[in-house]
Write a new protein. Sequence first.
Length: 205
Amino acid sequence: MDLPSNILQQAVDQLATLPGVGKRSALRYALHLLRLDEAKYADFLSALSTLKTDVHLCRRCHCVSDTELCPICSSPKRQHGIICVVENIQDVLAIENTQQYRGVYHVLGGVISPIDGIGIRDINIGTLLSRIQYPEVEPIQEVILALPTTMEGDTTAFYINKQLQPFGVKVSAIARGISVGDSLEYADELTLARSIMHRVPFESN
């Protein structure tokens, strides 16, 4: 795609690096930005700049947050004795949209995948175990493994379950209402809600 403006071309090339955005969509976005008035364009740039500088990860669960502790971890209305372990932030949002879960979360930031070079130390398993080790901070009674129904997800769940055994906490897994090979973020809300509500002991899964 050869454009008459090199500057526009550079903008399109950068927008096309976003997930799910092809060259045509990138061009449409770039032209839309070009048509914005100065105030709206400044607001757009400010939002992106603030996103990069002021949004960080919750020190406890690794979800996105504007503060040291995210609103879920800091809320007295949540059930802090139940941790739902998920692969990524999108999974937290998907589960929250069901409005059926009132516990807290732990975002691994990935799953064990030797083929992709992702090992145990590359994801947030260590901090999960630390949360279980200090019941005076969080008296955890149950850990729900809500990981993808893939070989990598199952491998990660098996490893975490093994590591949790010495602590004597209940370990459960979401019911297999989620199709094998699917990610949580793409599941419909009703299926995901039922999978959480009808979770089963991990060893029986």
